[in-house]
Write a protein that binds this ligand. Sequence first.
Ligand SMILES: Nc1ncnc2c1ncn2[C@@H]1O[C@H](COP(=O)(O)OP(=O)(O)OP(=O)(O)O)[C@@H](O)[C@H]1O
Ligand SMILES: [Mg+2]
Length: 267
Amino acid sequence: MRSFDTAVPVEARAICAEFQGRQVLRDVSLSVGRREIFAIIGPSGSGKTTLLRHLLGLARPRQGSAFVFGHPVAELSRHELAGLRRRIGVAFQGGALLNSLSVVQNIELPLKQHTRLDAATIRIMTHIKLELLGLLDIDALMPAQLSGGMLKRASLARAVIMDPELLFVDEPSSGLDPVNAAALDDLLVELRDSLGMTIVVITHAMETALNIADKILLLDSGEVVTVGTPTELLQSRDARVQSMLQRRPVRAGSAADDYLNRLTAGT
Ligand SMILES: Nc1ncnc2c1ncn2[C@@H]1O[C@H](COP(=O)(O)OP(=O)(O)OP(=O)(O)O)[C@@H](O)[C@H]1O
Ligand SMILES: [Mg+2]
């Protein structure tokens, strides 16, 4: 039995980031508890992927800090960061499977690169994940032969092949039909429940956040609008929160109207 770190899996303290002088994250703070499904939701361009890059140590904040299992990611050496990343799975927006490798070759790649496991063990571990993610029938296919839903599942399978304690998923269900999107949401819950993972899911789909998240952080123009449980959000009196949750018409030209328009214009 693996011993899990008792440190807070993910924490951000007042992160500020900018591109070419334009601020894209302003004082973003968050804390993700163990075995929590934490959703970061916001309109397209609100800074979700940028925030993810900061949490992973792929970008350095202008101000503030990100911590993963208590480690300040921006201050770690390359070696330390590589060690930490081994405990983390990431399914990036867009999937990013290698086109020259089959589905099964893509999924087993992290095991070949980062472990000294023998071929038989790798085959068994890969088989378990293929089964969990409903990919057994298509493991020999090439990425170009997969549907959007299958690609998302395959990229998720690759992200969890090392049994990470912490999983980041950027837009797991964007571009999928409602049935496949809901199936992917269910898979995330199953990964948390069966493998005990902590999951940070980035999405612009409120259904996903409300259905599966323990906590939801709403991001707008790089700022945290609110953080709370689905129930707390549903009870919020904030017009921007309410307009998103209830999809009710809001007064034209109001802040809520503006926010809703940008949300629905998202990918
Ligand atoms: N490498 C970059 N150079 C310059 N600007 C960038 C870069 N990456 C992101 N941005 C800008 O930062 C802002 C936030 O982008 P980000 O990709 O984080 O948004 P997002 O919330 O993930 O959007 P989406 O829902 O479309 O994925 C956007 O205005 C974007 O144009
Ligand atoms: Mg994004």
